[in-house]
Design a binder for this molecule. Structure first.
Ligand SMILES: C[S@@+](CC[C@H](N)C(=O)[O-])C[C@H]1O[C@@H](n2cnc3c(N)ncnc32)[C@H](O)[C@@H]1O
Length: 448
């Protein structure tokens, strides 16, 4: 197989596995071992896989508009080959048009779709002709929701959910934001290191690193990192990978040394470990989860970060009567639809559905009803999600407050790193297209 085809060939094989139900990252990891690719080709394959999965609706619309049959009627393998071709033409400036066409036609031949290689050639060349004439080859319908969904590649129901919360222009910007490659943020372990020490070590290692303007101990790595475990300070527990917006949650909890904190849905421990760090590792932090393999990750992270106050508790947090009235603060970082981290999980927008959201809302409500009984009379509970769906956030909290008039929202103190993100209702929402971080929702509740 010619070298220049290998990246596309790998991408194609991974896409075929995804069509059989595999998760994108798992399928990539499994297939990559069979190819000895140079780093640059590995990067191209990764971009092609995640890019075509993200942009699938847009690419399907092009197939339908430029072909004789709709995308759904095309043979599955031909459809994936066309996705790869159109993706390179539309989104990859570094791939010359002729290379995109030639490699896609060759890919069809390698897959024994030789008879259809003329179709591939014709459709891709038609795209190039229309583009050269100054037109966007992608035609959009008049309906505003469908138009945004096709242009940015989202199911209509996600666009509609965001329209409930944002102006049309913001919805468009948010859709586009999630189509970019994710960045990696670190949280510096203040008990083992400092921002300056970690920045110096990473810069010496050849990385570009920026401190976050609003969030103490948060750093952003600019560009590719390579294997994260091989970066300086990892083994020493100087830092943890955690998006800046996720770091805000523990600031909202605001744990104090000596207190008892329960983290009801704690694995893999990003926030459990942050809570212990903020308490100077003094007190008791119970990190709970119902999945034992995930609970182990809390132990591993606590060990690496050299934190001693964390105890793990295995089980369903809807049924933990032993926690009744023992907590100064509870964190409920619930399982959610993840609409705030769509850039990190290319296929997530196609896996979630309105039905799956409804199931999650029931679980979230049950967890909240159970966890309020753990809070001491003057204690607080923080509810958080990495989603941007109103049913899992604003509506869920409003429904809870209507059912529990003895609870109210406590906005963060003015000096809190969370304060800049607080809305007039007292909860905080991080909008990625405005704040350039993962999407998050968080609110602190207390008894009146
Ligand atoms: C959003 S993740 C938590 C992320 C974590 N707080 C962090 O910052 O690393 C939600 C977690 O809830 C756990 N979970 C789901 N249902 C649960 C339940 N009924 N009781 C306890 N944990 C649950 C999942 O296993 C998952 O690890």
């Amino acid at each position: 197989m010619p070298e220049h085809l290998s990246a596309r060939q790998l991408a194609f094989l991974v896409l075929r596995d995804i069509d059989k139900g595999a998760f994108a990252d798992v399928a990539l990891e499994r297939n990559i071992r069979n190819f000895s690719l140079a780093a640059v080709d590995r990067r191209l394959a990764t971009e092609l896989i995640y890019g075509t999965v993200r942009r699938q609706r847009t690419l399907d619309a092009l197939i339908t508009q430029l072909g004789k049959r709709s995308a759904e009627q095309q043979p599955a393998e031909l459809r994936r080959i066309l996705h790869l071709g159109f993706y390179q033409l539309r989104y990859l400036d570094q791939v010359p048009e002729h290379a995109a066409v030639d490699t896609t036609v060759q890919l069809a031949k390698y897959q024994r779709l030789g008879k259809l290689s003329g179709v591939v050639n014709g459709m891709l060349r038609q795209y190039i002709r229309l583009h050269a004439a100054g037109d966007d080859p992608l035609q959009l319908p008049a309906d505003a929701v469908e138009s945004l969904g096709i242009l940015h590649s989202y199911p209509d129901w996600i666009v509609q959910a965001w329209q409930q919360l944002l102006a049309a222009d913001d919805v468009s910007k948010l859709c586009e934001w999630f189509n970019q490659t994710p960045k990696i943020d670190l949280r510096v372990n203040r008990l083992r290191s400092s921002i300056d020490q970690v920045m110096a070590a990473l810069t010496d290692h050849g990385l570009m690193v920026q401190p976050h303007e609003q969030i103490p101990h948060a750093l952003r790595i600019v560009g590719a990192t390579g294997n994260i475990r091989q970066l300086p300070g990892y083994d020493e527990g100087w830092w943890m990978v955690q998006d800046s917006s996720a770091q805000l949650v523990s600031y909202l909890v605001d744990p104090q040394p000596g207190e008892t904190i329960i983290d009801a849905c704690g694995a893999p421990g990003g926030k459990t470990t942050h809570l212990a760090e903020l308490m100077g590792d003094q007190g008791r932090v119970l990190g709970c989860d119902r999945t034992s393999s995930r609970l182990n990750k809390i132990c591993q992270n606590a060990k690496r970060l050299q934190l001693n106050t964390i105890e793990t508790v295995m089980g369903d947090s809807r049924q933990q009567p032993k926690f009744q009235g023992i907590a100064d603060r509870v964190l409920l970082d619930v399982p959610c639809s993840g609409l705030g981290t769509l850039h990190r999980h290319a296929d997530a927008r196609w896996r979630q559905t309105p039905n799956s959201i409804a199931g999650l809302v029931t679980l979230q409500q049950e967890l909240l009803e159970a966890a309020i009984d753990w809070v001491k009379p003057r204690g607080v509970l923080v509810y958080s999600t990495c989603t941007l769906h109103p049913d899992e956030n604003q509506t869920l909290i409003q429904t809870f407050l209507a059912r529990h008039p003895d609870w109210e929202i406590q906005p963060p103190a003015k000096a809190s790193p969370v304060a800049p993100f607080v809305t007039e209702q007292g909860w905080a929402t991080v909008w990625p297209h405005q704040q350039n971080m993962d999407g998050f929702f968080m609110v602190k509740l207390q008894r009146c």
